[in-house]
Ligand binder design. Structure first.
Ligand SMILES: Nc1nc2c(c(=O)[nH]1)N[C@H]1C(S)=C(S)[C@@H](COP(=O)(O)O)O[C@H]1N2
Ligand SMILES: [Mo]
Length: 450
């Protein structure tokens, strides 16, 4: 038995951060119906009016609503034919759901980041067109017929593969999250960004298809006695190179050509990228052109020597490539507004680079009391997990938090706990518990509470 839904809570999207003026015009012009957009529309009409809980607008409940009483045009006419769009597009009413760049983050867009709009997504899979982007030197649309992939170094038979060679090998399909090591970086010192898109949006999750790297290493006859490490190299201008321990390379790393059932999109490495489950995004080399097998003991310890975390005592921590257990509530989240008291489904995402998520607890009082959320299937290793929990909002100020625990028993830390160990000069690997404050007005904002 679940809690009966007395009155559905309504969430207003943030006007500034993920609603642009063009959309507002669209909505006003289109006079849309449909529950979800109806909420949005009423919210806009209500903008400026005092949005106290239980306002008249919040009470209309649809009774006598012309959108249900009048037979609309589309119920009386012929619709558009098949193949109007040979490759389908989202509804025009979803035009606001977009990847967004944080202005000024880098000097040029070719070395920048775009963030996934986590607040607008459902389930665990990120639509390919909304997958976050991180490039050091821009992206390319590489001709797969001309693309070559080489394995060299400590192998008996160094080989150069074409895409055709690779795609006729035995393949696997696996769902995994990818998170940039710098996700949530802006929040180390204090509250810095206005929405979950910017605080956690360097995170996406897809089904990837490709050949296991272990199959390719066997195919080339890697030197089992000496090999300790592999180095992956990208074909873009940054010549992105990252090392991975041989142990991991043989475990679950994939040389992938497909994402979410189609060939990779160019922004994500078409026609070939490395998938390194559980490890920070930088190791997932895009436009992959070479893997070199080596024996350097320093690199064998683990991957990604390049990212280090500055500690308070002036020392640094390295070999921190695994994305530790983390979670975030995506609705309600900063920039949204609750339009009514009553029932809400608090929903969010949890993940761990070390395996499966075991449990997610949710607090609505800033971490004093916790309840265990429902985890939705599938529950996969090194993959996003969707959680949901019922909440009856009584109109009083609240602080929403989620805390994930993975199958190793690791508990997601509070931001002050993390700072005590790692200081505030870090950039990477902020996996702290996120707090969203709900004001009496229903407005939700980013706060740090511990
Ligand atoms: N060749 C190449 N690979 C790359 C990068 C790059 O700039 N060039 N960026 C890395 C970083 S820092 C991240 S977080 C991920 C981002 O992958 P995405 O753009 O598909 O989200 O790709 C990684 N692989
Ligand atoms: Mo990254």
């Amino acid at each position: 038995m679940t809690t009966p839904i007395r009155k559905r809570g309504r969430v207003q999207a943030a006007p500034e951060h993920f609603l642009d003026s063009a959309l507002i015009e669209d909505i006003n012009r289109a006079g849309i119906d449909g529950a979800r957009r109806g909420f949005l529309r009423r919210s806009f009409l209500a903008a400026g009016a005092a949005m106290t809980a239980g306002s008249a607008l919040a009470q209309d409940g649809g009774a006598g609503d012309p959108n249900i009483l009048t037979l609309p045009e589309h119920s009386r006419t012929l619709g558009k034919p098949v193949v109007t769009h040979p490759y389908g597009q989202p509804s025009q009413y979803e035009a606001n759901l977009q990847r967004r760049e944080s202005p000024g983050l880098t000097r040029v867009g070719a070395a920048s980041v775009s963030f996934t709009p986590l607040q607008g997504l459902f389930g665990i899979i990120t639509p390919s067109g909304l997958h976050f982007e991180r490039h050091h030197q821009g992206w390319h649309d590489i001709d797969p017929a001309k693309h070559r992939f080489m394995i060299n170094g400590l192998v008996k038979n160094p080989k150069v593969y074409t895409m055709d060679d690779l795609m006729r090998m035995p393949s696997v399909s696996r769902m995994h999250f990818i998170e940039c090591g710098a996700n949530t970086a802006m929040e180390w010192g204090n509250v810095a960004v206005p929405s979950v898109q910017y605080s956690h949006g360097m995170l996406s999750c897809s089904e990837f298809t490709g050949v296991p790297l272990s199959v390719l290493l066997d195919d080339c006859g890697y030197d089992k006695r000496r090999a300790r490490v592999v180095l992956a190299e990208g074909a873009d201008g940054s010549s992105m190179t990252r090392t991975i321990s041989l142990e991991r390379a043989l475990d679950d790393v994939i040389v992938a050509w497909a994402m979410n059932g189609e060939m990779l999109r160019p922004e994500h490495g078409y026609p070939l990228r490395l998938v390194v489950p559980g490890v920070q995004g930088v190791s997932w080399v895009k436009w992959l052109r070479r893997i070199e097998v080596g024996d350097q003991p320093y690199a064998a310890k683990d991957e990604a020597l390049h990212y280090i975390d500055a500690l308070p005592d002036g020392t640094f921590r390295q070999y921190t490539s695994i994305q530790e257990c983390k979670s975030v509530i995506t609705t309600p989240s900063a920039g949204q507004r609750l339009l009514d008291t009553g029932y809400y489904n608090i929903t969010g995402l949890a993940w761990s680079g070390r395996g499966k998520v075991k449990r997610v607890d949710v607090s609505v009082d800033g971490g004093r009391n916790w309840r265990t959320a429902r985890l939705e299937t599938p529950l996969l290793s090194k993959c996003l997990t969707r959680f949901n929990i019922d909440w009856d909002w009584n109109g009083a100020p609240a602080v929403l938090q989620s805390r994930a625990i993975d199958e190793t028993g690791y508990v997601q830390p509070k931001i002050n706990e993390l700072r005590a160990v790692r200081g505030t000069r870090s950039i990477y690997h902020n996996n702290a518990i996120q707090s969203w404050q709900v004001a009496q007005s229903g407005e939700v904002s980013n706060v740090q509470v511990y």
